[in-house]
Ligand binder design. Structure first.
Ligand code: TXA
Ligand code: MG
Length: 363
């Protein structure tokens, strides 16, 4: 199959509903086929929620385990009402505050949402993305769009059209190219049917932002939740390998003060084993020249707090998946990543890095 790649520039956003490529993409969706499209978080691989065949193709193309359900993307509140049983007042408030945006909420699903979308669960995960191309595609298709991230299962999520092309070229009819994703990590998934309410997956909307609305909000942590919940994780995606590039990822934790020491030790250990080392450098106070042999083949990717408009968490979130993919393309054997603080968007970053890492070094 030939994949048609359509680049849409920001200056074309004003009249997207009449854009020829949005019309074409919407026809593909309504005819039961798949489209790769940008959202503010990561690229999605979309199918009409009402086409069981198209949804089954999404599982197939990604190589995704059949028991891991999809997020359903909507562009207006009528669409939400058409697929969920009830919208409690507190949920309405959250939607008003955070939509369109990177927050996904679990609802009791109506029977018209096929079981294949929710992997047989009675709840459906819904969000309204804020990327203009995503909103226009859903609106023009006039159906909610089920979409996981548009990567091959297990690999880092795609934050540019090139990433989608690398993983899915020739496997889907069309990719909409809307440039690099602004947020760079996936949406926050929350379950308000649990008591206390739970963040199942930290993401673009932070715990700190949600807390004023949900004072007893907790973040799901394997070790803190009961055994039953671990055996049947409330979010099926939790139990799978995730976000891993081909190179071995080693996460360097241990706090700002110790980082230089930990990096020195791990670098020296790896130098004798790996021919080529990649480093994702997030702490400007760490003096790399002292530690790493720059004359070697090593590759350093800087994700540093250089623009005061953004927090370190936001900067690393935006660049982390691309960094993992780029280092793979460079052919490095190991990737060392400097951990960041888990505040605000840093929580989502560290959640992804812990899942990608085959080893975590703390001292
Ligand atoms: O930002 C995002 O959320 C991106 C963009 C494309 O919107 N989508 C995304 O989808 O990350 P995906 O499929 O890669 O991750 C969806 C997560 C999975 O961990 C899945 O298990 C969970 O949401 N999920 C979906 N439906 C669920 C449900 N009914 N109950 C619990 N967890 C659910
Ligand atoms: Mg994913």
């Amino acid at each position: 199959m030939e994949t048609y790649i359509a680049k849409i520039l920001p200056e074309e956003y004003e009249n997207l509903l009449n854009h020829a490529d949005i019309q074409k993409a919407a026809e593909i969706i309504t005819s039961g086929n798949l489209v790769g499209f940008p959202t503010e978080t990561v690229y999605g691989l979309g199918a009409s929620v009402f086409s069981e065949y198209a949804v089954s193709q999404v599982y197939q193309v990604k190589g995704r385990p059949q028991d891991n359900p999809f997020i359903v993307h909507i562009s207006n509140f009528d669409m939400l009402e058409s697929i969920v049983e009830e919208i409690p007042p507190l949920v309405s408030k959250l939607c008003e505050k955070f939509w369109p945006g990177p927050l996904t909420i679990l609802f009791r699903k109506k029977p018209n949402v096929p079981d294949i979308v929710t992997a047989g669960l009675s709840t459906v995960a819904v969000r309204m993305p804020s990327h203009p191309i995503a909103l226009a595609l859903i609106e023009k298709s006039n159906v909610p769009i089920a979409a996981p991230s548009a990567n091959l299962s297990g690999f880092p999520s795609p934050t540019s059209a090139e990433h989608v092309i690398n993983d899915l070229n020739g496997k889907i009819p069309m990719i909409l190219d809307g440039g690099a994703c602004e947020v760079g990590v996936e949406s926050t998934v929350i379950d308000l049917h649990q008591d206390p309410p739970l963040i199942l997956r930290p993401g673009g909307v932070s715990y700190e932002e949600l807390l004023p609305f949900l004072p007893d909000l907790k973040v799901y942590k394997k070790e803190q939740h009961d055994k039953n919940l671990i055996k049947n994780p409330p979010s099926p995606g939790m139990k799978y390998r995730h976000y891993s590039p081909k190179a071995k990822v080693i996460l360097l934790e241990g706090g700002t003060e110790n980082l230089e020491k930990i990096l020195t030790k791990e670098y020296n250990y790896q130098v004798n084993r790996a021919t080529k080392i990649g480093l994702i450098h997030t702490h400007s106070h760490v003096n790399l020249e002292k530690i790493i042999d720059i004359t070697k083949e090593n590759v350093i990717i800087n994700l540093l707090e250089t623009d005061s408009r953004f927090t370190l968490g936001e900067i690393v979130a935006r660049g982390i998946f691309a960094a993992l993919r780029d280092l793979d393309q460079e052919g490095v054997d190991v990737i060392l990543v400097e951990a960041i603080n888990e505040e605000e968007r840093g929580l989502a970053v560290m959640n992804r890095l812990r899942k990608a890492a085959s080893r975590i070094v703390k001292k």
